[in-house]
Design a protein around this ligand. Structure first.
Ligand code: GLC
Ligand code: GLC
Length: 800
């Protein structure tokens, strides 16, 4: 719950769960789109503006001559009370001024292409109140980039139709579009406007918009320029009286017939929606359906552990954020404009790791969509457009880590669901129209790509970059007008990545495990051998004495080595080599993590490398272009920091693991929120590191791989509840001071009530495991039948 409107930055929530999505900030800012924030944007938003966060879902309340907004913006008139509750799939603003309380509830009912704004207006005084209300939203010409750049055309195409309380945005409906936007009101209206110039006034702003301040709508019908949708409502409320009604924002498509008479869109579906939500109780029923939807989803996992931040994040907000990353990948947030990025290959494959337990069917479909953007030689399109599902290279290609992530997501899916039929699903390669190969073939192609693309040391070639987009070792860009990721590589350059080597170790182990599960030991052994070869290359080539080198650049020089003046130790290679199983027998894993602790751990989290780069170096690329301490140049890149938590868990260091978890955990930032600035309920991509001018300041909240990996770090690493082919593996690594914890986990339709106790004060080691009272020898709780309730008691202790 947010209790002041002037948060350090706008604080965001998402509405929607299927096709229609809305961004909604704590002052009502944000926009709505259908499936694709670039190609089907319904309402407008202006990124990169001051103040932040224009425009949104606005309601003006005119009470006598005073005009105010329950969401505070845009008039910013001081409110007597203000409260914003961002909940699961909804945002509720409640505000009061001069004895009038207005509550606005925004949400998208499950399965509908409709966003509802339920408004409740209450007279808290003992006198009659006569109020005039004006709704406001700005309509977008659907293709968002065009909408904000091609004014010579767009200012002449806008069309609307108005009928009763329904405002229909029909731009381009006469020609190639089969959809329109409806913004309607379920209550009788006293007027409307659809022209921004008329409503706002050419020389005014939304804070002093002409219509609400003069008190009368103008009935304007937009012909080009900027269409908006606004209703005027007259309310007369007796003492203590209240009235509730709703605004309906809908995406209507495929109406048959398309027109109801010459030139007039078929508005029947729109009328039906207004009638439906105008019925008593209909909006409340829809809200109940939303609650049931989220309760059902998040009931997949509930945790009660001694750390209140962990409990809070894992049970609700971390899972909720993971769903947002599944839905939106990196496309639309306050920092991703919905135009530049679609569904990222590497990003979404990782996002899946954090949501497969709650949305198995949807992750299945996503895995297949992602695989369909792979090329037959193993490379992948780095992203695809959500509406068309077609891959593109708009933000670059040849990130050589990409293919391997598909192995991780697919294995995670099969472990969670037990459904290995996905491996036989036939998916084409995007450069071979008409091809159809089993998904398993794609996994082999992925691994084969790494094997076939190695450098002089036997380590994987990095391509344009690996997970770290900004480590561009092959392109030498000195042209300020080119992007680092789309610039061409220097002919014949052969930079190698130790991070991909570690990821390969991990992916091979996963795929070998899958083959063993499938009863194909020969294939498993083939992968074991490929892995052993890479492991030998890592241990022979990549050890720098106290940590693993990060890469070898195009000239063959080590990156992330003691021999480097700047960037001498990096986090990614330590994390992935250890997670991939390197350094176990020879003690290097322990040594490398101690080095991380010594050189990279800070009060704000683990920074990506040290020392920060102070000079631009074309041989290293974009990473050296950021000011020290920000983003990939020695910022706390929270996503990578989570891998280290898992690495500590592998080594059994539970106290360290939780200590690291808490540094980037949003809920733990509340005390320093003026510095942190971003939402204290969702993970951010980056927190400025100690080299920065603003250390501790978070940036790029919401759509980040940090969500999935923080989930894994706590749920699977620290609490140690891991899905496996045969059942749920239990292998905790907790702070030794914890007396115990409990977890409710849904797994393949059965519910496991897991109680862990720690009488000896250890970090890990299962001393005994009882399932429904029966003692088991193994650490794996066998999968029960769907619908069953399973009681699991775990006692930790020495000798476990
Ligand atoms: C961004 C990208 C992700 C990349 C990371 C590190 O979060 O979305 O793909 O791995 O930055 O550069
Ligand atoms: C990643 C990085 C960002 C970089 C971008 C390039 O998202 O986080 O710093 O500019 O990739 O596409």
């Amino acid at each position: 719950m947010i209790t002041r409107p002037d948060t350090p930055l706008p604080w965001l929530n998402y509405l929607g769960q299927d096709d229609l999505f809305g961004l909604c900030t704590n002052t009502g800012g944000g926009y709505t789109f259908w499936r694709d924030a670039r190609l089907r944007r319904l309402t407008r938003y202006r990124y990169n503006d001051a103040p932040y966060d224009p425009v949104g879902r606005y309601l003006y309340v005119r009470d006598g001559t005073s005009v105010w907004n329950p969401g505070w913006r845009p008039t910013k008139v001081a409110l007597d009370r203000y409260e914003c509750r961002h909940g699961l799939g909804y945002t509720r603003l409640t505000a009061a001024k001069d004895g009038v309380e207005v509550q606005l509830l925004f949400f998208v009912p499950p399965g509908e292409d409709v966003e509802l704004w339920r408004a409740t207006v209450r007279n808290e005084t003992d006198r009659v109140k006569e109020l005039t209300l004006f709704s406001y939203l700005e309509l977008c010409f659907y293709e968002a980039l065009n909408d904000m750049t091609n004014f010579q055309r767009t200012y002449s195409i806008g069309e609307v139709e108005v009928e009763g309380g329904g405002i229909y945005h029909t731009t381009e409906y006469r020609e190639r579009r089969d959809h329109y936007t409806l913004f309607g009101c379920t209550r009788e209206i006293a007027g409307f406007d659809t022209s921004r110039d008329e409503f706002v006034g050419v020389h005014n702003g939304l804070h002093d918009a002409a219509v609400p301040f003069t008190g009368a709508a103008r009935g304007s019908v937009a012909h080009g320029w900027n269409p908006i949708a606004s209703h005027q409502l007259e309310l007369r409320l007796g003492p203590e009286e209240e009235e509730t009604f709703a605004f309906v924002l809908a995406y209507v498509h495929g109406a048959e017939p398309k027109f109801e008479r010459s030139g007039a869109a078929n508005k029947e579906p729109g009328r039906a929606l207004l009638a439906r939500y105008g019925r008593d109780g209909a909006v409340d029923e829809a809200f109940e359906a939303l609650r049931a939807y989220w309760d059902g989803l998040l009931s997949a996992l509930h945790v009660d552990c001694p750390d209140r931040h962990g409990t809070r994040m894992l049970s609700t907000w971390n899972q909720y954020q993971c769903v947002a990353t599944l839905n939106l990948s990196r496309s639309a947030s306050l920092y991703e404009t919905g135009i530049g990025r679609g569904i990222g290959f590497r990003d979404s494959n990782q996002d899946i790791l954090g949501v497969v337990h709650l949305a198995p069917e949807r992750t299945r479909a996503r895995i297949l969509d992602l695989a369909a953007t792979q090329l037959s030689d193993g490379r992948c399109f780095h992203q695809y457009q959500p509406l068309t599902k077609l891959g593109n290279s708009a933000i670059g290609s040849d990130f050589n880590d990409d293919p391997l992530w598909l192995v991780l997501s697919t294995c995670a899916y099969v472990k969670e669901t037990g459904d290995s039929s996905i491996l036989d699903e036939r998916v084409g390669y995007s450069d071979r129209p008409g091809s159809a190969e089993p998904l398993l073939h794609h996994l082999e192609t992925s691994v084969g790509f790494t094997v076939g693309h190695r450098g002089d040391r036997g380590l994987p070639l990095i391509g344009h970059a690996d997970w770290n987009d900004c480590l561009n070792l092959n392109c030498f860009s000195t042209d300020p007008d080119e992007s680092f990721q789309t610039a061409g590589d220097v002919e014949g350059s052969r930079a190698e990545s130790v991070m991909i080597a570690g990821l390969f170790l991990y992916a091979c182990r996963e795929l070998a495990g899958l083959y063993r599960h499938l009863g194909r030991p020969d294939d498993a052994e083939r992968l074991d051998r490929a892995r052993a070869g890479m492991l030998a290359a890592v241990e022979e080539q990549a050890w720098d004495g106290e940590w693993y080198v990060r890469a070898f650049d195009a000239r063959g020089a080590a990156v992330g080595s003691r021999s480097c003046e700047e960037g001498s130790i990096f986090v990614e290679s330590q994390a992935w080599c250890i997670l991939g199983g390197a350094g176990r027998e020879n003690g290097r894993a322990v040594r490398a993590l101690e080095s991380v602790h010594e050189h990279l751990f800070t009060e704000h989290g683990v920074v990506l490398h040290q020392p920060a780069f102070t000079r631009y170096d074309p041989a290293l690329g974009e990473i050296t272009s950021y000011p020290p301490g920000y983003k990939e140049n020695a910022g706390v890149f929270c996503h990578a920091a989570t891998w280290i938590i898992l690495a500590w868990c592998l080594l059994g260091e539970g106290d360290r693991a939780l200590e690291y978890y808490l540094t980037t955990c949003p809920s733990a930032q509340e005390e320093r929120i003026e510095t942190y600035r971003s939402e204290p309920y969702v993970f951010a991509q980056m927190i400025a590191g100690p080299d920065a001018a603003t250390p501790g300041e978070a940036r790029n909240s919401w759509l980040t791989g940090t969500a999935a990996w923080s989930f894994l770090a706590l749920a699977e690493g620290i609490l140690g509840i891991r899905p496996d082919y045969e059942g749920l593996r239990i292998d905790p690594c907790i702070p030794c001071g914890w007396a115990g914890y409990s977890v409710t986990r849904r797994f393949r339709g059965a519910t496991y009530e897991i109680a862990v106790s720690n009488p000896e004060g250890v970090c890990g080691g299962v001393r005994s495991l009882r399932v429904d009272g029966r003692e088991l020898d193994a650490k794996v709780v066998p999968a029960a039948r769907s619908g069953e309730q399973v009681r699991v008691e775990v006692v930790l202790g020495r000798g476990g």
